[in-house]
Design a protein around this ligand. Structure first.
Ligand SMILES: Nc1ncnc2c1ncn2[C@@H]1O[C@H](COP(=O)(O)OP(=O)(O)OP(=O)(O)O)[C@@H](O)[C@H]1O
Ligand SMILES: [Mg+2]
Length: 374
């Protein structure tokens, strides 16, 4: 059986006897391996293009150049491990080859040719370890980038929310209260001057206007409070909130929402309730913005010590590249909220169509959150 990861081995040497010796040794060890050969740098490049070898043994000195030239011309993406073969006394040059990217070198001799399969085994092992290390570093880099983007985005979202609330307080609430104050000043002026012409009808009209202003201000206060944190989450609990969010979404977007909420009376950690609420909000906002759905199904059910929330729409389905794209900050935020509380959040295409989000959180919050965003 071939060693792992090796189907094709390239042997490059201008001395036919050396090629024969290496071939014989490798075929004895791995009868099924494919060997391709070349006797010059030019030919070596052609073989690489035609056969894409998994590993190469290259004589250091070839008639038209040195193996180091070949190594430095290899593109990063198309790299494969290279073992350089040198003559006795050429070790200094072999060290140069290592610096140029060769994985190892062997000094040519009958014994070295006979042992070639072990050298290749060891080099492949090192090559795999190097690739794993690089992949790990890349993944670490990607997740750091994503975290940085997420932190920046959270900051921006908070600023936006604050701006929107400040605008609402200033433009609506302050406006209503100012009008109310003007009306009250008017009323006081009239009442302090009993001689002033004031019919009961005018008075009632003015009081009705003031009452409307007060209603408007109360509504604004309720809206601001709900945006900060829906009161229903604290007063009625998570299960009722999910029903409320579903009805609210259905009313505003005219997309029917079916809910299957399995109530129970056991307590839910407030951080867990907030996280599920925010994930549901983000998931539904995405449905309204991107899904093109005509139906949504929301499930909330206890499962042992966990709570499971599912949001399934029947829309176009999330593009697969969005699932891993570093700009999918909304999706990353949902996952991050779940992970911070010791749970999980899977986002994928739905079983038939659309998009499915499934969140599982321990209802008792196994982990202390580093920070909870209201
Ligand atoms: N339910 C869905 N159906 C179809 N596509 C979706 C759905 N949810 C998300 N997507 C796709 O995934 C992408 C990433 O979603 P994400 O919530 O991370 O970002 P966004 O909604 O575009 O912006 P924001 O950062 O404001 O949330 C969306 O741009 C959209 O293309
Ligand atoms: Mg979004």
């Amino acid at each position: 059986m071939n060693p792992e990861g090796i189907g094709i081995i390239m042997i490059v040497d201008d001395e036919p006897a050396h090629i024969v010796a290496v071939k014989r040794s490798l075929l004895t060890a791995w009868p099924n391996v494919t060997l391709c050969t070349a006797s010059s740098l030019q030919e070596c490049r052609e073989v690489v293009t035609a056969s894409a070898p998994d590993i190469a043994l290259i004589d250091l000195n070839l008639p038209d150049g040195r193996a180091t030239e070949f190594l430095s011309s290899l593109p990063e993406a198309g790299r494969f491990p290279v073992i350089v073969m040198t003559s006795q006394g050429d070790e200094q040059a072999a060290v140069e080859a290592l610096k140029a990217g060769a994985m190892d070198y062997v000094v040519k001799s009958s014994a070295a040719f006979a042992d070639m399969s072990h050298v290749i085994d060891r080099v492949m092992h090192d090559w795999q370890a190097r690739k794993d290390h690089l992949r790990g570093q890349q993944e670490l880099f990607n997740s750091r980038e994503q975290l940085r983007a997420l932190a920046g985005r959270l900051q921006a979202v908070r600023e936006e929310e604050r701006k929107a609330l400040a605008r609402e307080i200033h433009d609506v609430l302050a406006q209503d209260l100012t009008c109310l104050k003007i009306d009250l000043a008017w009323l006081r002026g009239r009442l302090e001057r009993p001689g002033a012409a004031l019919t009961m009808e005018t008075l009632i009209d003015r009081v009705v206007e003031m009452s409307d202003l007060a209603d408007h201000a109360i509504h604004a206060v309720q809206h601001i409070a709900t945006a900060l944190r829906p009161a229903v989450l604290d007063s009625l609990g998570l299960f009722a909130t999910v029903e409320w969010v579903a009805r609210d979404f259905q009313g505003r977007n005219e997309i029917p929402v079916e809910t299957s909420v399995d109530w129970d009376d056991l307590p839910v950690d407030p951080n867990v309730a907030t996280a599920l609420f925010r994930i549901l909000q983000e998931g539904l906002t995405n449905v309204a913005r991107h899904a093109g759905a005509t139906r949504v199904h929301i499930v909330l059910r206890p499962d042992g010590d966990d709570l499971v929330l599912r949001i399934l729409d029947n829309g176009d389905g999330i593009p697969l590249e969005s699932l891993t794209h570093h700009e999918s900050i909304g999706l990353a935020g949902m996952r991050e909220r779940a992970h911070l509380l010791g749970g999980s959040c899977e986002i994928c295409r739905g079983p038939d169509s659309g998009t499915l989000i499934e969140v599982r959180l321990p209802r008792g919050n196994r982990q202390e959150p580093l920070e909870t965003t209201p």
